[in-house]
Design a protein around this ligand. Structure first.
Ligand code: ACM
Length: 536
Protein backbone atom coordinates (compact mmCIF):
# COMPACT_ATOMS: atom_id res chain seq x y z
CA UNK A 1 0.00 0.00 0.00
CA UNK A 2 1.60 3.34 -0.93
CA UNK A 3 2.73 5.38 2.04
CA UNK A 4 0.43 8.12 0.81
CA UNK A 5 -2.59 6.19 2.07
CA UNK A 6 -2.71 7.56 5.62
CA UNK A 7 -4.25 5.07 8.01
CA UNK A 8 -4.88 3.06 4.86
CA UNK A 9 -7.41 5.76 4.00
CA UNK A 10 -9.93 4.07 6.23
CA UNK A 11 -13.05 6.14 6.68
CA UNK A 12 -14.10 6.56 9.44
CA UNK A 13 -10.66 6.50 10.97
CA UNK A 14 -10.11 3.51 13.29
CA UNK A 15 -9.00 3.93 16.87
CA UNK A 16 -5.66 2.25 16.29
CA UNK A 17 -3.97 1.12 13.09
CA UNK A 18 -0.57 -0.60 13.06
CA UNK A 19 0.73 -1.53 9.61
CA UNK A 20 2.60 -4.83 9.72
CA UNK A 21 4.20 -4.94 6.28
CA UNK A 22 3.46 -7.60 3.69
CA UNK A 23 0.31 -8.69 1.91
CA UNK A 24 -2.43 -11.23 2.23
CA UNK A 25 -3.60 -12.58 -1.11
CA UNK A 26 -7.28 -13.44 -1.50
CA UNK A 27 -8.21 -15.59 -4.44
CA UNK A 28 -10.95 -17.91 -5.62
CA UNK A 29 -9.75 -20.63 -3.25
CA UNK A 30 -9.77 -18.41 -0.17
CA UNK A 31 -12.36 -19.75 2.26
CA UNK A 32 -14.05 -18.30 5.31
CA UNK A 33 -14.28 -19.93 8.69
CA UNK A 34 -17.07 -18.50 10.83
CA UNK A 35 -16.94 -19.57 14.46
CA UNK A 36 -20.26 -19.94 16.32
CA UNK A 37 -22.23 -16.70 16.25
CA UNK A 38 -20.11 -15.19 13.48
CA UNK A 39 -22.14 -16.68 10.61
CA UNK A 40 -24.13 -13.47 9.91
CA UNK A 41 -20.91 -11.48 9.52
CA UNK A 42 -19.49 -14.18 7.22
CA UNK A 43 -22.67 -14.03 5.16
CA UNK A 44 -22.36 -10.24 4.91
CA UNK A 45 -18.71 -10.49 3.86
CA UNK A 46 -19.62 -13.05 1.24
CA UNK A 47 -22.52 -11.03 -0.15
CA UNK A 48 -20.66 -7.70 -0.21
CA UNK A 49 -17.24 -8.81 -1.35
CA UNK A 50 -18.06 -12.04 -3.16
CA UNK A 51 -19.87 -10.86 -6.29
CA UNK A 52 -18.10 -7.50 -6.49
CA UNK A 53 -14.59 -8.93 -6.27
CA UNK A 54 -15.33 -12.22 -7.96
CA UNK A 55 -14.36 -14.23 -4.88
CA UNK A 56 -16.62 -17.09 -3.77
CA UNK A 57 -15.31 -16.94 -0.15
CA UNK A 58 -16.74 -20.38 0.45
CA UNK A 59 -17.43 -21.50 4.02
CA UNK A 60 -14.88 -24.00 5.29
CA UNK A 61 -13.56 -25.13 8.69
CA UNK A 62 -10.06 -24.65 7.21
CA UNK A 63 -10.75 -21.12 5.96
CA UNK A 64 -7.91 -18.59 6.25
CA UNK A 65 -10.37 -15.79 6.89
CA UNK A 66 -11.54 -16.37 10.43
CA UNK A 67 -14.44 -14.55 12.04
CA UNK A 68 -14.88 -15.08 15.76
CA UNK A 69 -16.98 -13.85 18.63
CA UNK A 70 -15.08 -13.63 21.88
CA UNK A 71 -16.78 -12.50 25.05
CA UNK A 72 -13.38 -11.78 26.60
CA UNK A 73 -13.22 -8.76 24.32
CA UNK A 74 -15.92 -6.93 26.29
CA UNK A 75 -13.85 -3.72 26.20
CA UNK A 76 -14.71 -3.43 22.53
CA UNK A 77 -18.33 -2.81 23.42
CA UNK A 78 -21.24 -3.49 21.13
CA UNK A 79 -19.65 -2.25 17.91
CA UNK A 80 -15.91 -2.47 18.37
CA UNK A 81 -13.73 -5.09 16.68
CA UNK A 82 -10.17 -6.23 16.34
CA UNK A 83 -8.74 -7.13 12.95
CA UNK A 84 -5.42 -8.77 12.19
CA UNK A 85 -4.38 -9.24 8.60
CA UNK A 86 -1.25 -11.36 8.33
CA UNK A 87 0.44 -12.79 5.21
CA UNK A 88 -1.34 -16.12 5.62
CA UNK A 89 -4.61 -15.35 7.36
CA UNK A 90 -7.10 -12.76 8.46
CA UNK A 91 -8.66 -12.78 11.92
CA UNK A 92 -11.65 -10.59 12.73
CA UNK A 93 -12.84 -10.67 16.33
CA UNK A 94 -15.47 -8.88 18.36
CA UNK A 95 -17.41 -9.30 21.57
CA UNK A 96 -20.72 -8.78 19.83
CA UNK A 97 -22.02 -9.73 16.37
CA UNK A 98 -22.46 -6.05 15.45
CA UNK A 99 -18.73 -5.47 15.96
CA UNK A 100 -18.02 -8.15 13.36
CA UNK A 101 -20.32 -6.37 10.92
CA UNK A 102 -18.32 -3.16 11.38
CA UNK A 103 -15.08 -5.10 10.85
CA UNK A 104 -16.43 -6.54 7.60
CA UNK A 105 -16.72 -2.98 6.27
CA UNK A 106 -13.10 -2.35 7.21
CA UNK A 107 -12.03 -5.47 5.33
CA UNK A 108 -13.94 -4.11 2.35
CA UNK A 109 -12.12 -0.80 2.59
CA UNK A 110 -8.74 -2.54 2.82
CA UNK A 111 -9.33 -4.09 -0.59
CA UNK A 112 -8.37 -2.07 -3.66
CA UNK A 113 -11.29 0.16 -4.60
CA UNK A 114 -11.82 -1.71 -7.88
CA UNK A 115 -12.76 -4.79 -5.87
CA UNK A 116 -15.94 -2.95 -4.76
CA UNK A 117 -17.17 -2.23 -8.23
CA UNK A 118 -18.73 -5.46 -9.37
CA UNK A 119 -16.86 -5.04 -12.62
CA UNK A 120 -14.10 -7.30 -11.44
CA UNK A 121 -15.86 -10.66 -11.66
CA UNK A 122 -13.49 -13.54 -12.07
CA UNK A 123 -10.38 -11.40 -12.02
CA UNK A 124 -8.61 -13.86 -9.81
CA UNK A 125 -6.90 -12.38 -6.81
CA UNK A 126 -6.71 -9.30 -4.61
CA UNK A 127 -4.19 -8.17 -2.04
CA UNK A 128 -4.87 -6.83 1.42
CA UNK A 129 -2.17 -4.93 3.33
CA UNK A 130 -1.08 -6.67 6.52
CA UNK A 131 -2.25 -4.63 9.46
CA UNK A 132 -3.45 -4.77 13.03
CA UNK A 133 -6.53 -2.70 13.83
CA UNK A 134 -8.45 -2.07 17.01
CA UNK A 135 -11.52 0.03 16.51
CA UNK A 136 -14.23 1.32 18.85
CA UNK A 137 -16.76 4.02 17.99
CA UNK A 138 -16.92 7.24 19.93
CA UNK A 139 -20.70 7.67 19.82
CA UNK A 140 -23.45 5.03 19.73
CA UNK A 141 -25.90 6.98 17.48
CA UNK A 142 -24.49 7.81 14.07
CA UNK A 143 -27.50 8.45 11.95
CA UNK A 144 -28.86 9.68 8.68
CA UNK A 145 -32.40 10.86 8.09
CA UNK A 146 -33.93 10.37 4.68
CA UNK A 147 -37.20 12.17 4.00
CA UNK A 148 -39.28 9.86 1.82
CA UNK A 149 -42.44 11.88 2.51
CA UNK A 150 -41.68 14.96 0.40
CA UNK A 151 -40.28 12.80 -2.38
CA UNK A 152 -40.91 9.08 -2.34
CA UNK A 153 -38.06 6.71 -3.14
CA UNK A 154 -38.86 3.11 -4.05
CA UNK A 155 -37.49 0.37 -1.83
CA UNK A 156 -34.71 -0.78 -4.13
CA UNK A 157 -33.07 2.59 -3.65
CA UNK A 158 -33.41 2.43 0.13
CA UNK A 159 -31.42 -0.79 0.11
CA UNK A 160 -28.58 0.93 -1.74
CA UNK A 161 -28.86 3.86 0.65
CA UNK A 162 -28.45 1.47 3.60
CA UNK A 163 -25.43 -0.16 1.98
CA UNK A 164 -23.74 3.22 1.64
CA UNK A 165 -24.46 4.04 5.29
CA UNK A 166 -23.01 0.68 6.31
CA UNK A 167 -19.81 1.28 4.33
CA UNK A 168 -19.30 4.35 6.54
CA UNK A 169 -20.22 2.52 9.78
CA UNK A 170 -23.27 4.73 10.24
CA UNK A 171 -25.80 2.79 12.27
CA UNK A 172 -29.20 4.54 12.21
CA UNK A 173 -31.45 5.07 9.22
CA UNK A 174 -34.07 7.56 10.37
CA UNK A 175 -36.93 7.15 7.94
CA UNK A 176 -39.16 10.21 7.76
CA UNK A 177 -42.29 8.40 6.61
CA UNK A 178 -45.07 10.96 6.90
CA UNK A 179 -45.54 14.65 6.36
CA UNK A 180 -47.96 17.23 4.98
CA UNK A 181 -47.00 16.26 1.43
CA UNK A 182 -47.31 12.48 1.65
CA UNK A 183 -47.92 9.45 3.88
CA UNK A 184 -45.77 6.45 2.92
CA UNK A 185 -46.45 3.79 5.57
CA UNK A 186 -49.47 1.53 5.04
CA UNK A 187 -51.73 1.21 8.08
CA UNK A 188 -54.34 -1.57 7.93
CA UNK A 189 -56.68 0.21 10.34
CA UNK A 190 -56.61 3.40 8.24
CA UNK A 191 -56.19 2.39 4.60
CA UNK A 192 -56.93 5.83 3.21
CA UNK A 193 -53.63 7.07 4.66
CA UNK A 194 -51.96 5.57 1.64
CA UNK A 195 -54.82 5.27 -0.88
CA UNK A 196 -55.46 9.03 -0.47
CA UNK A 197 -52.55 10.40 1.57
CA UNK A 198 -49.73 8.99 -0.55
CA UNK A 199 -50.59 11.07 -3.62
CA UNK A 200 -50.45 14.78 -4.31
CA UNK A 201 -51.65 16.35 -7.50
CA UNK A 202 -48.61 18.56 -8.06
CA UNK A 203 -45.55 19.89 -6.27
CA UNK A 204 -44.06 23.24 -5.58
CA UNK A 205 -40.97 23.83 -7.68
CA UNK A 206 -38.20 25.75 -6.02
CA UNK A 207 -38.47 27.99 -2.98
CA UNK A 208 -41.24 30.56 -2.56
CA UNK A 209 -40.49 33.58 -4.72
CA UNK A 210 -41.61 37.11 -4.00
CA UNK A 211 -45.33 36.78 -4.67
CA UNK A 212 -44.96 33.78 -6.93
CA UNK A 213 -44.85 30.11 -6.21
CA UNK A 214 -44.24 27.79 -9.13
CA UNK A 215 -45.73 24.32 -9.41
CA UNK A 216 -45.14 21.42 -11.72
CA UNK A 217 -48.10 19.65 -13.29
CA UNK A 218 -47.10 16.15 -12.28
CA UNK A 219 -48.79 14.06 -9.61
CA UNK A 220 -46.35 12.59 -7.12
CA UNK A 221 -47.15 9.38 -5.27
CA UNK A 222 -45.77 6.31 -3.58
CA UNK A 223 -46.11 4.13 -0.53
CA UNK A 224 -44.30 1.07 0.75
CA UNK A 225 -45.89 -2.24 1.53
CA UNK A 226 -45.38 -3.69 4.98
CA UNK A 227 -43.49 -6.57 3.38
CA UNK A 228 -41.07 -4.07 1.84
CA UNK A 229 -40.57 -2.24 5.12
CA UNK A 230 -39.98 -5.51 6.98
CA UNK A 231 -37.46 -6.50 4.31
CA UNK A 232 -35.73 -3.13 4.75
CA UNK A 233 -35.54 -3.63 8.51
CA UNK A 234 -34.02 -7.07 7.97
CA UNK A 235 -31.57 -5.86 5.32
CA UNK A 236 -30.47 -3.00 7.56
CA UNK A 237 -30.12 -5.32 10.59
CA UNK A 238 -27.88 -7.62 8.57
CA UNK A 239 -25.64 -4.57 8.20
CA UNK A 240 -25.91 -3.53 11.84
CA UNK A 241 -28.23 -0.62 11.09
CA UNK A 242 -31.39 0.22 13.01
CA UNK A 243 -34.28 1.72 11.06
CA UNK A 244 -35.93 4.34 13.25
CA UNK A 245 -39.36 5.21 11.84
CA UNK A 246 -40.82 8.68 12.20
CA UNK A 247 -44.54 9.37 12.17
CA UNK A 248 -45.17 13.10 12.54
CA UNK A 249 -47.74 14.48 14.99
CA UNK A 250 -49.57 16.66 15.93
CA UNK A 251 -48.37 18.90 13.06
CA UNK A 252 -47.02 17.94 9.63
CA UNK A 253 -50.16 15.81 9.17
CA UNK A 254 -51.93 17.39 6.23
CA UNK A 255 -51.70 14.16 4.17
CA UNK A 256 -53.41 12.26 7.00
CA UNK A 257 -56.09 14.94 7.24
CA UNK A 258 -56.71 14.73 3.49
CA UNK A 259 -57.43 11.04 4.09
CA UNK A 260 -59.37 11.43 7.37
CA UNK A 261 -60.70 14.97 7.81
CA UNK A 262 -62.46 13.92 11.02
CA UNK A 263 -59.06 13.82 12.75
CA UNK A 264 -58.62 17.56 12.30
CA UNK A 265 -59.99 20.62 14.01
CA UNK A 266 -62.54 21.15 11.22
CA UNK A 267 -64.03 17.72 10.48
CA UNK A 268 -66.25 19.18 7.75
CA UNK A 269 -63.31 20.63 5.84
CA UNK A 270 -61.97 18.78 2.80
CA UNK A 271 -58.25 19.15 2.29
CA UNK A 272 -55.85 18.08 -0.41
CA UNK A 273 -52.50 16.51 0.33
CA UNK A 274 -50.31 19.61 0.51
CA UNK A 275 -48.46 20.64 -2.65
CA UNK A 276 -46.35 23.38 -1.07
CA UNK A 277 -43.23 23.40 1.09
CA UNK A 278 -43.07 25.06 4.48
CA UNK A 279 -45.04 24.83 7.69
CA UNK A 280 -48.73 23.99 7.30
CA UNK A 281 -51.32 25.42 9.69
CA UNK A 282 -53.54 22.33 9.69
CA UNK A 283 -52.86 20.04 12.63
CA UNK A 284 -54.54 17.17 14.44
CA UNK A 285 -57.47 17.80 16.76
CA UNK A 286 -57.32 16.77 20.40
CA UNK A 287 -60.48 14.65 20.65
CA UNK A 288 -60.19 11.02 21.76
CA UNK A 289 -60.67 9.70 18.24
CA UNK A 290 -57.34 11.32 17.38
CA UNK A 291 -55.53 9.48 20.16
CA UNK A 292 -57.15 6.21 19.07
CA UNK A 293 -55.79 6.95 15.59
CA UNK A 294 -52.26 7.69 16.83
CA UNK A 295 -52.23 4.56 18.97
CA UNK A 296 -53.49 2.35 16.15
CA UNK A 297 -50.92 3.76 13.74
CA UNK A 298 -48.09 3.37 16.22
CA UNK A 299 -49.12 -0.18 17.07
CA UNK A 300 -48.70 -1.09 13.42
CA UNK A 301 -45.47 0.88 13.22
CA UNK A 302 -44.09 -1.01 16.23
CA UNK A 303 -45.14 -4.27 14.66
CA UNK A 304 -43.08 -3.52 11.54
CA UNK A 305 -40.14 -1.71 13.14
CA UNK A 306 -38.42 -3.44 16.08
CA UNK A 307 -36.36 -0.28 16.72
CA UNK A 308 -36.12 0.62 20.43
CA UNK A 309 -36.72 4.22 19.32
CA UNK A 310 -39.90 5.50 17.68
CA UNK A 311 -39.86 9.10 16.46
CA UNK A 312 -43.10 11.05 16.64
CA UNK A 313 -41.95 14.37 15.22
CA UNK A 314 -43.56 17.12 17.25
CA UNK A 315 -41.96 20.20 15.70
CA UNK A 316 -43.33 23.08 13.65
CA UNK A 317 -46.83 22.77 15.03
CA UNK A 318 -48.63 26.11 14.83
CA UNK A 319 -51.36 26.14 17.49
CA UNK A 320 -53.66 28.66 15.81
CA UNK A 321 -56.25 25.99 14.99
CA UNK A 322 -56.40 24.96 18.64
CA UNK A 323 -56.61 28.60 19.76
CA UNK A 324 -59.68 29.13 17.59
CA UNK A 325 -61.34 25.78 18.25
CA UNK A 326 -63.93 25.73 21.07
CA UNK A 327 -63.41 21.96 21.42
CA UNK A 328 -59.63 22.35 21.81
CA UNK A 329 -60.01 25.23 24.25
CA UNK A 330 -62.43 23.15 26.29
CA UNK A 331 -60.05 20.24 26.24
CA UNK A 332 -57.19 22.43 27.45
CA UNK A 333 -59.35 23.71 30.31
CA UNK A 334 -60.59 20.22 31.20
CA UNK A 335 -56.97 18.99 31.38
CA UNK A 336 -56.03 21.93 33.60
CA UNK A 337 -53.66 23.38 31.01
CA UNK A 338 -52.73 27.05 30.87
CA UNK A 339 -54.23 27.38 27.40
CA UNK A 340 -54.53 25.75 23.98
CA UNK A 341 -50.79 26.18 23.24
CA UNK A 342 -50.05 23.84 26.16
CA UNK A 343 -51.95 21.09 24.36
CA UNK A 344 -48.78 20.45 22.36
CA UNK A 345 -46.77 19.21 25.36
CA UNK A 346 -49.79 17.36 26.69
CA UNK A 347 -50.29 15.64 23.33
CA UNK A 348 -46.65 14.60 23.04
CA UNK A 349 -46.67 13.41 26.65
CA UNK A 350 -49.68 11.16 26.10
CA UNK A 351 -48.25 9.54 23.00
CA UNK A 352 -44.80 9.28 24.57
CA UNK A 353 -46.31 7.46 27.55
CA UNK A 354 -48.08 5.08 25.18
CA UNK A 355 -44.76 4.20 23.54
CA UNK A 356 -43.06 3.77 26.90
CA UNK A 357 -45.86 1.39 27.97
CA UNK A 358 -44.98 -0.63 24.90
CA UNK A 359 -41.32 -0.77 25.81
CA UNK A 360 -40.14 1.79 23.26
CA UNK A 361 -38.36 5.10 23.70
CA UNK A 362 -40.14 8.08 22.17
CA UNK A 363 -38.04 10.52 20.16
CA UNK A 364 -39.11 14.06 19.34
CA UNK A 365 -37.73 17.09 17.56
CA UNK A 366 -36.88 19.73 20.13
CA UNK A 367 -38.85 22.93 19.95
CA UNK A 368 -36.83 24.49 22.78
CA UNK A 369 -34.89 21.49 24.06
CA UNK A 370 -36.74 21.50 27.37
CA UNK A 371 -40.40 21.05 26.59
CA UNK A 372 -40.75 17.28 26.30
CA UNK A 373 -41.24 14.73 29.10
CA UNK A 374 -37.94 13.32 30.29
CA UNK A 375 -38.45 9.88 28.84
CA UNK A 376 -38.17 11.41 25.37
CA UNK A 377 -34.88 11.24 23.56
CA UNK A 378 -34.53 14.71 22.10
CA UNK A 379 -33.38 15.47 18.60
CA UNK A 380 -32.01 18.99 18.87
CA UNK A 381 -32.02 20.78 15.54
CA UNK A 382 -33.28 24.34 15.62
CA UNK A 383 -30.79 26.15 17.76
CA UNK A 384 -27.25 25.26 18.75
CA UNK A 385 -28.10 25.75 22.42
CA UNK A 386 -30.96 23.24 22.48
CA UNK A 387 -28.83 20.11 22.66
CA UNK A 388 -27.14 21.25 25.83
CA UNK A 389 -30.38 22.53 27.34
CA UNK A 390 -31.96 19.13 26.78
CA UNK A 391 -28.93 17.26 28.14
CA UNK A 392 -28.78 19.50 31.19
CA UNK A 393 -32.43 18.75 31.88
CA UNK A 394 -31.68 15.04 31.78
CA UNK A 395 -32.70 14.02 28.26
CA UNK A 396 -30.78 11.67 26.03
CA UNK A 397 -29.87 13.79 23.04
CA UNK A 398 -29.14 13.31 19.38
CA UNK A 399 -27.38 16.45 18.22
CA UNK A 400 -28.69 17.47 14.83
CA UNK A 401 -28.15 21.20 14.66
CA UNK A 402 -29.43 22.33 11.27
CA UNK A 403 -26.47 24.60 10.43
CA UNK A 404 -24.11 21.64 10.68
CA UNK A 405 -26.09 18.51 9.84
CA UNK A 406 -28.83 19.48 7.36
CA UNK A 407 -27.76 18.25 3.97
CA UNK A 408 -30.59 20.00 2.14
CA UNK A 409 -28.54 23.22 2.22
CA UNK A 410 -26.03 23.80 -0.57
CA UNK A 411 -22.45 22.69 -0.06
CA UNK A 412 -20.90 25.89 -1.35
CA UNK A 413 -21.73 29.29 -2.81
CA UNK A 414 -20.81 28.05 -6.30
CA UNK A 415 -23.39 28.69 -8.97
CA UNK A 416 -23.41 25.06 -10.08
CA UNK A 417 -24.93 23.80 -6.82
CA UNK A 418 -28.48 22.47 -7.31
CA UNK A 419 -31.57 24.31 -6.07
CA UNK A 420 -31.71 23.78 -2.34
CA UNK A 421 -33.26 24.86 0.91
CA UNK A 422 -32.64 28.61 1.12
CA UNK A 423 -29.83 29.36 3.54
CA UNK A 424 -26.08 29.57 3.86
CA UNK A 425 -24.04 26.58 2.75
CA UNK A 426 -23.39 23.68 5.09
CA UNK A 427 -19.87 22.89 3.98
CA UNK A 428 -17.97 19.64 4.26
CA UNK A 429 -15.76 21.21 6.89
CA UNK A 430 -18.72 22.46 8.87
CA UNK A 431 -20.07 18.93 9.10
CA UNK A 432 -16.68 17.52 10.02
CA UNK A 433 -16.03 20.15 12.69
CA UNK A 434 -19.38 19.66 14.43
CA UNK A 435 -18.80 18.52 17.99
CA UNK A 436 -22.02 16.94 19.29
CA UNK A 437 -20.81 16.97 22.91
CA UNK A 438 -18.30 19.80 23.36
CA UNK A 439 -15.56 19.53 25.98
CA UNK A 440 -16.80 22.59 27.86
CA UNK A 441 -20.05 20.84 28.79
CA UNK A 442 -20.24 19.00 32.09
CA UNK A 443 -19.44 15.30 32.14
CA UNK A 444 -23.09 14.48 32.85
CA UNK A 445 -24.28 16.59 29.94
CA UNK A 446 -21.81 15.03 27.56
CA UNK A 447 -22.69 11.53 28.70
CA UNK A 448 -26.29 12.13 27.68
CA UNK A 449 -25.38 12.79 24.05
CA UNK A 450 -26.10 9.58 22.18
CA UNK A 451 -24.64 10.93 18.99
CA UNK A 452 -25.42 12.90 15.92
CA UNK A 453 -27.09 12.51 12.59
CA UNK A 454 -27.46 14.12 9.19
CA UNK A 455 -30.83 15.17 7.79
CA UNK A 456 -31.77 15.06 4.13
CA UNK A 457 -35.12 16.76 3.68
CA UNK A 458 -36.23 16.25 0.12
CA UNK A 459 -38.39 19.19 -0.92
CA UNK A 460 -35.83 19.93 -3.63
CA UNK A 461 -34.41 16.44 -3.97
CA UNK A 462 -36.10 14.16 -6.46
CA UNK A 463 -33.63 11.62 -7.74
CA UNK A 464 -31.09 9.15 -6.36
CA UNK A 465 -28.36 11.20 -8.04
CA UNK A 466 -29.46 14.31 -6.15
CA UNK A 467 -29.65 12.37 -2.88
CA UNK A 468 -26.11 11.12 -3.31
CA UNK A 469 -24.69 14.41 -4.54
CA UNK A 470 -25.98 16.12 -1.41
CA UNK A 471 -25.08 13.26 0.92
CA UNK A 472 -21.54 12.57 -0.20
CA UNK A 473 -18.98 13.46 0.85
CA UNK A 474 -20.76 15.23 3.72
CA UNK A 475 -21.94 11.91 5.21
CA UNK A 476 -18.31 10.77 5.11
CA UNK A 477 -17.52 13.75 7.33
CA UNK A 478 -20.36 12.98 9.73
CA UNK A 479 -19.29 9.34 9.88
CA UNK A 480 -15.69 10.28 10.62
CA UNK A 481 -16.66 12.74 13.32
CA UNK A 482 -19.18 10.49 15.04
CA UNK A 483 -17.16 7.26 14.90
CA UNK A 484 -13.70 8.74 15.40
CA UNK A 485 -14.43 11.82 17.52
CA UNK A 486 -11.42 14.05 18.03
CA UNK A 487 -9.15 11.53 16.33
CA UNK A 488 -10.61 12.43 13.01
CA UNK A 489 -8.69 15.68 12.53
CA UNK A 490 -9.57 17.74 9.45
CA UNK A 491 -6.29 17.48 7.46
CA UNK A 492 -6.20 13.74 8.08
CA UNK A 493 -9.80 13.42 7.06
CA UNK A 494 -9.17 15.31 3.82
CA UNK A 495 -6.23 13.09 2.97
CA UNK A 496 -8.19 9.92 3.64
CA UNK A 497 -11.19 11.26 1.76
CA UNK A 498 -9.07 11.86 -1.35
CA UNK A 499 -8.47 8.09 -1.43
CA UNK A 500 -11.94 7.16 -0.26
CA UNK A 501 -13.49 8.81 -3.31
CA UNK A 502 -12.09 5.91 -5.36
CA UNK A 503 -14.43 3.66 -3.37
CA UNK A 504 -17.35 6.00 -4.01
CA UNK A 505 -16.43 6.01 -7.70
CA UNK A 506 -16.33 2.21 -7.74
CA UNK A 507 -19.81 2.14 -6.22
CA UNK A 508 -21.12 4.68 -8.73
CA UNK A 509 -21.85 7.39 -6.14
CA UNK A 510 -22.22 10.77 -7.87
CA UNK A 511 -20.76 12.66 -4.92
CA UNK A 512 -20.04 16.36 -4.98
CA UNK A 513 -16.52 16.65 -6.34
CA UNK A 514 -13.81 17.73 -3.94
CA UNK A 515 -12.45 21.08 -4.90
CA UNK A 516 -9.88 23.27 -3.26
CA UNK A 517 -12.55 25.39 -1.68
CA UNK A 518 -14.56 22.61 -0.08
CA UNK A 519 -11.37 21.18 1.35
CA UNK A 520 -10.19 24.43 2.87
CA UNK A 521 -13.46 26.03 3.84
CA UNK A 522 -13.27 27.74 7.20
CA UNK A 523 -15.46 26.27 9.85
CA UNK A 524 -18.61 28.04 10.96
CA UNK A 525 -18.01 30.56 13.70
CA UNK A 526 -19.13 28.99 16.93
CA UNK A 527 -21.66 26.40 17.95
CA UNK A 528 -23.05 28.66 20.62
CA UNK A 529 -23.63 31.59 18.31
CA UNK A 530 -26.03 29.66 16.11
CA UNK A 531 -29.34 31.02 15.00
CA UNK A 532 -32.63 29.21 15.02
CA UNK A 533 -33.84 27.72 11.76
CA UNK A 534 -36.80 29.82 10.73
CA UNK A 535 -40.14 28.05 11.08
CA UNK A 536 -40.29 28.04 7.41
C1 ACM B 1 -37.27 19.91 11.05
O1 ACM B 1 -36.35 20.46 10.43
N1 ACM B 1 -38.52 20.12 10.68
C2 ACM B 1 -37.01 19.05 12.17
Amino acid sequence: MPASRPHLALLPRPTKVSPLGGRLVLDRDTAVRALPGAEPAAALLRSLVGPAAGLPLAPSPEGRIVLALDEQLGGLGEEGYGLTVGPQALLLRAAHPTGLLRGVQTVRQLLPAEALSGGARGSGSWELPCVEITDIPELPWRGSLLDVARHFRPMDYLLRYVDLLALHKLNVLHLHLTDDQGWRMPVDAYPRLTTVGARRARSQRGPDGPGTTQFDATPHEGAYTKAELRALVRYAAERGITVVPEIEMPGHVRAALAAYPELGNHPERRLEVWDRWGVCETILGVHEEVFAFCRAVLEEVMDVFPSPYIHIGGEECPTSEWESSPAARERAAAEGLAGPAALHGWFMGRIGAFLVEHGRTPVGWAVSGTELPLDFTVMAWRDASHARAAARRGHRVVAAYHRTTYLDYVQSEASFEPVAQPGDPVTLRTVHDYEPAPAEWSREERARVLGTQAQLWTEYVRTPEEIEYLSYPRLCALADRSWSGGRGDWPGFVERLRHHTARLDALGVPYRPLDARSLEEATYASPSSGTARPLS
